[in-house]
Design a protein around this ligand. Structure first.
Ligand code: UDX
Length: 442
């Protein structure tokens, strides 16, 4: 089988398929990415990915040799009969809609080489209706004609758990238009990956929608608890306690009820916007107007964190030294796409604060996006002389920080927890003022 597009999704999918025993050829149009992967190096930080690459990439000492890479579509078409399309669909600049040009380009480049029966399987997150359009395109461009089919198989992996989620998905969803396509995909997911995972067979639009609907639901859940945090702030309640008590109701569940600076990353924000744009095109905009509120509630949390910092620092940010712990949009990731942490660091900087950022893995990417911020090699270094320390990405190592040691190096002991994962009692005991979104001041 082959995997087209070797970003977060594709690199992990290719490595996971090799782990499951398939011979895999991965393609990316960027030669440097192909070279990196061919040397067994992961293009992104993802726990477990480099281990899988070292185990399977052809030519590496002791590898199974099941995984190799190319930039050539002709090679890909000759190599496999199942082609997973994993290219990205970013938000179009200045618009809500997502940019389909990479998916379209991949299908247009692959299909003319499909001279024998083949199944093109889309995994990228796309606006509903794209799969049917792409299926027609494949049949039109492929010399094999209707024997070259298209199916949709959305991917639900979370960054930081991408390898685990790919090897042990909680469900496998396939959108198909023929029994043959269903049979092929059942074969792909037979064996360990499919064991214990429900296999849902749907039509193309439903399969596409499962992904966007799931992300819309998850965003809604996070913004719901953040709305409750706003109410707690107004009423002097504690959103962490509230979430705990709500979570015991198993109709609600505990997950995705962590209030804080909100959601970010390459998926949730752009997916809900693209979903709204697509609903508009379909004449169903009204069904999703609530997502506009979910989005603005989410963005408001970032502004509130900046405000809380200003309040803590006696109403002015000008010239204040602020240590920001975390730049990635979530822990165990080096991804800074639409990161709430980096966005807040940037806002503080633009409002005159002297911001020093520390992140265990994402500093390099953050520096590329925001070169004017300062970056420190450790939390302790970032905190030197700080008037306030902001906890914005909940890396494990921040939970293990010693409040007393950090207290020695700062200028004033103000801690602001943007993720509600630190223990207020611990910090207060070490004479820190602890403030968090949606929680009482003392
Ligand atoms: C998400 C979906 O979970 C995944 O299924 C989909 O395939 C891609 O998008 P991901 O972007 O990796 O995955 O991160 P996720 O774990 O969902 O977190 C998204 C954002 O929400 C992060 O910024 C996280 O910090 C935030 N979040 C999550 C909260 O603010 N509170 C929560 O309770 C949970």
């Amino acid at each position: 089988m082959t995997v087209i597009g070797l970003g977060y999704l594709g690199a992990v999918h290719a490595a996971a398929m090799a782990e499951l025993g398939f011979e895999v050829l991965g393609l990316d149009v960027l030669p440097h990415k192909v070279e990196l992967l061919a040397a067994g190096k992961a293009p992104v930080y993802e726990p477990g990915l480099e281990e899988l690459l070292r185990k399977h990439v052809a030519g590496l000492p002791g590898s199974t040799g099941r995984l190799s890479f190319t930039t050539s579509y002709a090679e890909v078409a000759a190599f496999g009969d199942v082609h997973f399309v994993c290219v990205n669909t970013p938000q179009k600049p200045g618009e809500y809609a997502c940019d389909m040009s990479y998916v379209d380009a991949a299908v247009d480049a692959l299909a003319p080489h499909l001279t024998r029966p083949a199944l093109v399987v889309g995994k990228s997150t796309v606006p509903v209706g794209s799969a049917a359009r792409l299926a027609r395109r494949v049949a039109e461009l492929a010399p094999a004609g209707e024997a070259a089919e298209l199916a949709w198989n959305p991917e639900f992996l979370r960054e930081g758990f991408a390898v685990e989620d790919t090897l042990r998905p909680d469900r496998i969803v396939v959108g198909v238009t023929s029994e043959r396509a269903e049979r092929v995909l059942r074969q792909v997911y037979a064996g360990p990956v499919g064991e214990g995972s429900p296999f849902v067979v749907a039509d193309l639009p439903t399969a596409e929608l499962v992904k966007t609907a799931a992300n819309a639901f998850l965003s809604t859940k996070i913004s719901f608890i953040n709305a409750m945090a706003e109410i707690c702030e107004a009423a002097d309640g504690d959103v962490v306690k509230l979430a705990e008590a709500l979570g015991y109701d198993d109709r609600i569940g505990r997950k995705f009820l962590r209030a804080g600076i909100g959601f970010g990353g390459g998926c949730l924000p752009k997916d809900i916007r693209a979903f709204m744009a697509r609903a508009g095109e379909l004449g169903a905009a009204e069904a999703l107007t609530f997502l506009r509120e979910i989005d603005s509630l989410n963005m408001r949390r970032r502004a509130r964190m900046v405000e809380l910092t200003r309040e803590t620092l006696d109403g002015s940010l000008l010239g204040k030294r602020i240590a920001v712990l975390g730049a990635a949009f979530k822990p165990d990731s080096d991804d800074v796409r639409d990161s709430p942490a980096l966005n807040i660091a940037g806002q503080l900087h633009l409002q005159g604060a002297e911001v020093t950022v520390y992140d265990p893995k994402a500093a390099e990417n953050a520096r590329r996006v925001f070169p004017t911020l300062r970056y420190a090699p450790s939390a302790l270094d970032a905190a030197q002389g700080a008037h306030a320390v902001l906890h914005l990405t909940e890396w494990r190592e921040f939970r293990d920080l010693d409040p007393a040691a950090l207290g020695e190096v700062v200028s004033t002991r103000h801690l602001l927890d943007g993720r509600n994962t630190l223990d207020p009692a611990l910090w207060r005991k070490a004479n820190w003022s602890y403030r968090a979104l949606g929680r009482p001041t003392a």
